[in-house]
Write a protein that binds this ligand. Sequence first.
Ligand SMILES: NC(=O)c1ccc[n+]([C@@H]2O[C@H](COP(=O)([O-])OP(=O)(O)OC[C@H]3O[C@@H](n4cnc5c(N)ncnc54)[C@H](O)[C@@H]3O)[C@@H](O)[C@H]2O)c1
Length: 329
Amino acid sequence: MTRSLEGSSVLVTGADGFIGSHLVERLQAEGAHVRALCVYNSNGSHGWLDGIDDRSGIEFMLGDVRDPGLIHAAAAGVETIFHLAALIAIPYSYAAPRSYVETNVLGTVNVLEAARSHGTERMINTSTSEVYGTPDSIPIKVDHALKGQSPYSASKIAADKMCESYAKSFELPVVTLRPFNTFGPRQSMRAVIPVILAQLLSGAETVQLGSVTPQRDFTFVSDTVDGFVKMAEADVEPADVIQLGTGTAVSIGELFEACCEATGVSATVELDPKRVRPAASEVDVLLSDPSQAMARLGWKPERTLTEGLAELAEWMRAHPVADATHYAT
Ligand SMILES: NC(=O)c1ccc[n+]([C@@H]2O[C@H](COP(=O)([O-])OP(=O)(O)OC[C@H]3O[C@@H](n4cnc5c(N)ncnc54)[C@H](O)[C@@H]3O)[C@@H](O)[C@H]2O)c1
């Protein structure tokens, strides 16, 4: 039996971020009452949600997933929890691994405990394709072994496993959505596509990048968000894990060429050693198997990489950054 989000109450953690802010707008359009948990800050900002005009149906809340009492209050009275809050940058996870455990692992445990004590109907945990590390075979099947090749990856594996354990131990209706790389407006300027586009749009003749050989499977953010909605509405079982990806991978070198085409700018790549991951930490290829999401959720990506890059380049032209080279490292 499928569920409908229309008229229901939902909590989104990480609502102030890239994917979370798009998800909040989509849930609003679906007719849900959205409690948007944005990370606490002293100037009262709601991150990317500050820029939206229509705030109807959105209840804003500031807080921190590391605080169990606050998360218990945030989860009161909602039928569905979309848990996206996390520290996500791999380079910063080398510098601050304990922060990743506190936010990504203990933060997820706090959300699980809150869902358990409130009897929440469904919790959607957000995983990442980084949990696979460099795969033994491609396309990567959902049950491929997990490898902690960075502290970020290890923290997300631990969070996924805590969710699995709560489903098995307490019959908590928690499911995990595992997106491969997502891109689109509002993404961190430290992610590879915005880094390339920002430098191209600033007129740089050489673009500073890390290794150009790793391959990634890129999904446009509206498609990723559609996967979250389908995961909330579909007939799924506790502990289910579903991947979201296009089933096509491009190398960072090929991605750079596609960005040049999308912007109409030509440039050359210059290796920035500061962006190169330690050899054993770099994940060579992440390529999804999209058949599972199609079969289980009826999900398939609508936007091609070319279309998505064109839309993002247009958005970035309208939202220029002051110093594109600042983000290149
Ligand atoms: N962007 C991608 O390519 C991608 C791919 C796979 C999975 N994911 C996952 O999707 C989720 C959202 O990522 P994103 O790309 O939108 O990144 P993001 O950094 O824009 O979003 C993460 C959000 O978490 C919030 N946050 C961080 N620490 C917090 C804390 N202690 N308490 C409360 N909120 C906190 C941040 O304020 C931010 O809004 C993450 O769980 C990430 O692991 C992202």
